[in-house]
Design a binder for this molecule. Structure first.
Ligand SMILES: Nc1nc2c(c(=O)[nH]1)N[C@H]1C(S)=C(S)[C@@H](COP(=O)(O)OP(=O)(O)OC[C@H]3O[C@@H](n4cnc5c(N)ncnc54)[C@H](O)[C@@H]3O)O[C@H]1N2
Ligand code: MOO
Length: 413
């Protein structure tokens, strides 16, 4: 009996909840997921500030100013960034002001130094400044609160704190945030044929590549694997080790050993676990899956060993679950419509997930198979060029050149 991919994914998601909430300083919050919306502690800008280096003035004084008929103003002081001065500004006077400095309460505009003439060699004026243009009321003044007002929500629960969001919080006087604890995840590769990349290989042996694949895909969800290890094909020791890992991780992701083979040890090791199921999912690649809540605590994702099958399984089933565990509610990767530049054979009765390359041309976005559509699951070499996964619904049949297909844009994989 096969299970539809969406049913299998829902089964997993219904068993996952977000980790607990912790408070952290914003200095260490990059990449964390906000658990509670954060609002501005102050107005931004905090006070009316100059947007230019120049002179704070009364705009009404400048109405008649031109190059030929400059208006002469008396310079009565200076305000630089960081200054708390608020000099009085009688009509006919000006105050030298620098970008970011508080505009005197009595002024209503700033004229940039370039639109004035002063007696000093650098163009600035000591006592008298000639204003060469009229300026409007409010010109070159950043009004208090024009960006954000105190109390306004500037980051929402479920959003990932990227560089710009974090700096917005810092600017708005927020010092700490409530975030979800980052899920603790273990990545376990299984298979007696696997050797460290670069090791000499005997016949039958291959370099181990899935742990780099899965740890990298994890990092793209904002999670650094806490444990990465390889376990050989012995069911008893694997059962014991998985129980240990399940006790101090939130999730354990294994690759390999879930098929019906005699040595498919993940499936065999997890057979006694009442909440873990071996399932055949109607998707290619990624058909055999073994997942569920381990009695020691962690959720186990048992993915097939074929590298592309493991990647597709992660994309379809693990990624949404880990995003939920991490508290992320921001939108998933984009799904795009692309025109196939070459046709390929469909797969009847299953969702076909085909790694594709994407190109932007005069006719819009196009896609082409990155791996041979007949041998997807093990095409680890060509999978490296993947820009996305085309999703071909069961029953759609073959894809012809010129057909529109739906593609999950994976970007860098
Ligand atoms: N009689 C059947 N045989 C198979 C079936 C089936 O239904 N009946 N399903 C096939 C499908 S589909 C898949 S997918 C695989 C799933 O196999 P396993 O999860 O048991 O994976 P393994 O047999 O352990 O490995 C498969 C393949 O991948 C290579 N591998 C495994 N781990 C790694 C790693 N960490 N790095 C690089 N390569 C890895 C491994 O050497 C094998 O070549 O079963 C089919 N068979
Ligand atoms: O389902 Mo397997 O993952 O096709 O190769």
């Amino acid at each position: 009996m096969t299970e539809l991919p969406e049913v299998y994914s829902e089964w997993i998601l219904s068993r996952i909840k977000a980790t607990e909430i912790v408070e952290v300083s914003i200095a260490g919050a990059h990449g964390r997921v906000l658990a509670q919306s954060a609002s501005a502690g102050v107005d931004l800008p905090l006070w009316s500030a100059s947007a230019m280096d120049g002179y704070a003035i009364h705009s009404a004084d400048t109405v008649t100013a031109t190059d030929e008929t400059p208006v002469m103003l008396r310079v009565i002081g200076e305000v630089e960034a960081g200054s708390s001065l608020d000099p009085d500004l009688p009509s006919g006077s000006a105050v030298r002001i620098m970008t970011g400095a508080p505009v005197p309460t009595a002024a209503d505009a700033v004229i940039p130094v370039e639109l004035t003439r002063g007696s000093k060699p650098d163009g600035w004026a000591d006592d008298q400044v000639q204003v060469l243009r009229g300026v409007d009321r409010g010109a070159n003044v950043r009004r208090r609160g024009e960006d954000v007002v105190q109390g306004e929500t500037i980051a929402h629960a479920g959003e990932v704190l990227g560089a710009a969001r974090l700096s917005a919080l810092a600017a708005a006087g927020v010092a700490s945030v409530r975030v979800y604890r980052t899920p603790r995840v273990a990545v376990v590769s299984t298979g007696s044929e696997l050797r460290e990349p670069g090791q000499p290989l005997l016949r039958g042996e291959i370099p181990e590549s899935n742990s780099l694949l899965i740890s990298g895909m994890l990092r793209e969800v904002g999670i650094e694997a806490r444990t990465v290890e390889h376990i050989t094909d012995d069911a008893a020791s694997l059962r014991q080790r998985l129980a240990q890992l399940a006790a101090d991780h939130d999730a354990v992701i294994t690759t390999g050993g879930v098929g019906p083979g005699l040595h498919d040890v993940v499936r065999i090791a997890l057979e006694p676990e009442p909440e873990i199921r071996s399932v055949r999912v109607a998707v290619r690649p990624g058909q055999p899956q073994c997942s569920g809540r381990h009695s020691a605590g962690a959720f186990i994702f048992g993915l097939p060993g074929n590298p592309v099958s493991a990647a597709v399984s992660f994309e379809l089933f693990v990624r949404p679950a880990l995003r939920k565990m991490a508290g992320i509610t921001a939108p998933e990767r984009r799904r795009l419509e692309a025109t196939a530049t070459t046709g390929w054979r469909g797969k009847s009765g299953v969702l076909q997930v085909l790694p594709v390359t994407l190109s932007e041309g005069p006719e819009g976005l196009t896609c082409a198979p990155a791996v041979p559509p007949k041998g997807v699951s093990h095409s680890v070499g060509r999978h490296g060029a993947t820009d996305g996964y085309a999703l071909v619904e069961p029953g759609r049949g073959d894809i012809a050149a010129g057909d529109q297909v739906r593609v999950i844009e994976t970007g860098l994989l």
